[in-house]
Design a protein around this ligand. Sequence first.
Ligand code: DP6
Length: 361
Amino acid sequence: MTENQFLIANYQNKIKQGSVTWKSPSNIALVKYWGKKDDQIPENPSISFTLDACRTTTTLSFSEKEKIKDDEFSFDLFFEGKLKEDFKPKILTFFKRIEAYVPFLKDYHFKIETSNSFPHSSGIASSASGMSALALCLMDIEKQLNPDISDDYFNKKASFLARLGSGSACRSIEGDLVVWGKHDEVEESSDLYGIKYPYQVHDNFKKYHDTILLVDKGQKQVSSTVGHNLMHGHPFASKRFEQANENLSKLIDVLKSGDLNAFIEIIESEALTLHAMMMTSLPYFILMKPNTLEIINKIWEFRQESGLHIGFTLDAGANVHVLYPENEAVQIYEFIKNELVAYCKNGHYICDRIGFGAQKG
Ligand code: DP6
């Protein structure tokens, strides 16, 4: 598929107004997307667990403008019930990027009402769940205008649009494992959208847990756009992009065999490499906090002593995602509560687990 398949020549139906609602989850990358080319094309393929509890719910109401095609985007944005002017520029950029693929955008005035299941101040990025929820709402309208589109096209285009809002958002449409970015060993994988992981997954990875330890709840120190740009001209960039491809290859075998030790090695190495890229770029950043390191060391000690399969990953910040299998969840959760929660800001953490994608309504 190329971008052109997502262009629309005309709509079958005419609709004056309506309202659609979608709930879309966040996701956590196992092999990280870090570095992009123009038009939100990733430098390397990534794979993620779709989450379940961390979600954005978006209602998109639309009403036909009186003066059609006045060449302006028209929308109001409400976040948790309050009008949010400061979120508008991001949506405007998104609308400009997707305009060619969503020609009805200028025909309507939109009211976007959005809220998160997790606290806004938690430091959890809401761009993946937020942009995917909005993309799904737009696709829902497209389906009302063109009812013949297939479910496969609906999901692919929703992911394609979400990607143009925020790269990682394209991995939040379907669950439970999603690959985004062309990889030689993953059939149908594409730089344009995420696909459901198409191969066998061992039972060890079903119901996998992700307990998110909120170490730092402030504004992101480095925005993802700035972060991705740091990979342009980065001395280790090409080697890193190669490594991500190799790690995804290794993960295919691990997901099949259920080898949890090998799984942990890959995800922890990916997390630390992501941070190493930031530490070795110009300008350089350290996004971990002292408590991030305390938690990592505690996890390593506990793993050594207990023989349990507890591992971690990080996103581009100080919070720690603690990942562990369902059949060891009781003991590992006890350890988290007793030993790790003390390092969280105000003792805050979120219990999440692998989920199955976005839902309508
Ligand atoms: C570290 O998807 O937030 O979480 O495309 O600029 O919106 P933009 O970036 P974004 O980057 C996410 C980076 C990451 C790793 C990952 O999710 O793969």
